[in-house]
Ligand binder design. Structure first.
Ligand code: DAH
Length: 342
């Protein structure tokens, strides 16, 4: 075989192998086999000795041209492989920044729920049991059994949502008292938290839906002193030992006597501030000795038993507790507000 044929055979084989080379390492091996010191093309150059002297320059030139062409082919293949290897690596290392992170955002407890939990802890610590009642309530429990007969003027004070003639959205948690008295025997010690409804316009201090915590204690020889002691312990436990209670005479059809209770303002601790309008006290609940008429309507003998009841407005104490000045913030679900309570 002449040198020229051999050259084209080498070039042909190399093209074929180049096409199959799939990584830089096999490309390097190919280069050594053809162009290296012991490579096939180098061997051809070495074989020049057997070529007649007058033909040598010509043959030498042809070999060198092949050498250059093959080197160029190798180089461009190397570039291509290097580019592909880099692409593959980048693809493997890529991070999808649009992928949702695996941890869901951690929520917080709503301020109203926080304060409710504290209040319930406080009362369960004093031996009270937590009881709930229905939000859609019979007129009978919401009003009648609480000494608020039809046409009683005090009914007007509670702008009631009527479902029908006999059914209402409960206007307070007091009907749970009636349900408990009718279904249990004294001694009774319960707190009844829940949602209540009134046809009020929404503003900074009113909402058609809000929450109350009802309390009821019935036993032999329960007195007003027990009521005062219980509420005083509650106030101190929740807001601190320096908090005092102030009872003011009031009226509720279901209690006799009745009182409204003020607590030392938790903002100024009694000094007088904007929150308590300079008085040092803030009204937080209504209470009283359960009206004997209510006791007997609910199947409890007023000759043998007596009891006290109270109703706390949850939103009110939550707002005072955290210095929230607009009740709407508590219902709007604005995360900028809620995130402050995490
Ligand atoms: N039910 C009353 C209201 O919604 C609050 C209340 C006052 C509850 C006195 C009581 C109580 O149990 O004794 O305004």
């Amino acid at each position: 075989m002449g040198i020229k044929e051999e050259l084209s055979k080498i070039a042909e084989e190399m093209r074929g192998e180049l096409q199959q080379a799939c990584d830089l390492q096999s490309l390097e091996q190919l280069k050594v086999r053809v162009l290296g010191k012991k490579g096939s093309l180098t061997a051809l150059l070495r074989g020049m000795g057997s070529v007649p002297p007058e033909e040598r320059p010509k043959i030498g030139q042809i070999i060198n041209e092949h050498r250059e062409a093959l080197t160029a082919m190798l180089e461009s293949k190397r570039d291509e492989l290097a580019r592909r290897e880099k692409e593959a690596r980048l693809k493997a290392e890529a991070i999808d920044i649009t992928e949702p992170r695996d941890l869901p955002g951690v929520g917080g407890v709503h301020p109203n729920s926080r304060v409710l939990n504290e209040v319930l802890d406080c009362f369960t610590g004093m031996g009270f049991e937590v009881v709930e009642g229905p939000e859609v309530e019979l007129d009978h429990y919401n009003f009648e059994l609480l000494n608020l007969p039809k046409n009683h003027p005090a009914r007007d004070a509670q702008d009631t949502f009527y479902v029908d003639d006999n059914m209402v959205m409960r206007t307070h948690t007091s009907p749970v008292q009636a349900r408990v008295m009718l279904s249990r025997k004294p001694p009774i010690r319960v707190v009844c938290p829940g949602r209540v409804f009134r046809a009020d316009e929404i503003d900074a201090t009113h909402s058609p839906v809000f929450h109350q915590i009802e309390g009821l204690v019935i036993d032999e020889n329960v007195s007003m002193a027990d009521l005062k002691g219980t509420l005083d312990a509650f106030a101190k436990k929740l807001y601190g030992a320096d908090i005092e209670t102030r009872f003011r005479p009031s009226f509720f059809p279901f209690t006799e006597p009745s009182a409204e209770v003020d607590l030392t303002c938790f903002n100024c601790r009694g000094k007088g501030c904007r929150m308590c309008k300079g008085t040092g006290f803030i009204e937080v609940l209504g209470c009283g000795m359960v009206n004997p008429k209510v006791l007997s309507m609910c199947g409890i003998d007023p000759e043998k038993y007596s009891g006290f009841a109270f109703g706390i407005g949850l939103e009110r104490i939550t707002m005072l507790r955290y210095g929230i000045t607009d009740m709407r913030l508590m219902y709007e679900g604005d995360l900028r507000f809620l995130k402050q309570f995490r």
